[in-house]
Design a protein around this ligand. Structure first.
Ligand SMILES: [Fe+2]
Ligand SMILES: [Fe+2]
Length: 214
């Protein structure tokens, strides 16, 4: 029997709280963190390690927000196939959460205390996008993924070659996000108006700045 709406809300809420608190969640089909091809060279000094750890904290916060969006969108999607695909996408993003957590721990950095805020905001935003209609909702996914890709590429430019594990995680995340964007575009995503895209960009700046520091 498919879960009721209330059961789905409770399950997602439970999962979301664990994610916001930085609890890794592994499934039998979870992918291990990708590892760099080159052998590790000189390790980063304390200042550089802290910076890289904080970049991964920003990425973790971004993934928390992505989880919230997918769950919110899944709850209000009209087409059951879109709702199902949103749930699958949230599951696929779980690997990114686990990898970011592992990279943060390797650099002695804890998750952002603002994660519950990003989660609550993004569930609300996702539910609103879902209510606007599936094609707008898919447009929202495509734009989010494209913005995340640009953001990850910016981080890649800051992570040195002697951090091959972190670079490998970021590179795989860029590839995965690009596939998520293509899935949404192939599914009939509506391109979003410039004002919405600009608002999303502003939102992401807030998340980036906030979770880098706390
Ligand atoms: Fe992701
Ligand atoms: Fe994604």
């Amino acid at each position: 029997m498919p879960p009721s709406f209330l059961e789905a809300v409770i399950t997602r809420f439970d999962r979301g709280l664990r994610t916001a608190a930085g609890v890794p969640q592994t499934e039998p089909d979870s992918r291990p963190p990708p590892r760099g091809q080159s052998p590790p060279g000189p390790r980063s000094g304390p200042g550089e390690a802290r910076h890289i750890g904080r970049l991964m904290r920003v990425n973790y916060a971004g993934e928390v927000a992505a989880q919230g969006l997918y769950h919110g969108q899944g709850l209000t999607a009209r087409d059951p196939q879109v709702a199902e695909r949103m749930a699958e996408a949230a599951q696929e993003e779980q690997d990114h959460l686990n990898w970011c957590l592992e990279r943060m721990a390797a650099h002695g950095v804890r998750p952002s205390v603002l994660n519950p805020l990003w989660l609550a905001g993004s569930v609300t935003l996702g539910a609103a996008a879902g209510l606007a209609g599936d094609r707008w909702s898919l447009g929202f996914v495509a734009e989010t993924e494209r913005q995340v890709m640009r953001h990850l590429q910016g981080h890649l430019a800051q992570v040195p070659d002697h951090e091959p594990e972190t670079r490998a995680v970021l590179e795989q995340m860029v590839l995965d996000e690009s596939q998520h964007a293509e899935w949404a575009e192939d599914g009939g995503a509506h391109p979003l108006p410039l004002t919405v895209r600009a608002a999303m960009g502003l939102n992401s700046k807030l998340l980036t700045k906030g979770s880098y520091w706390v």
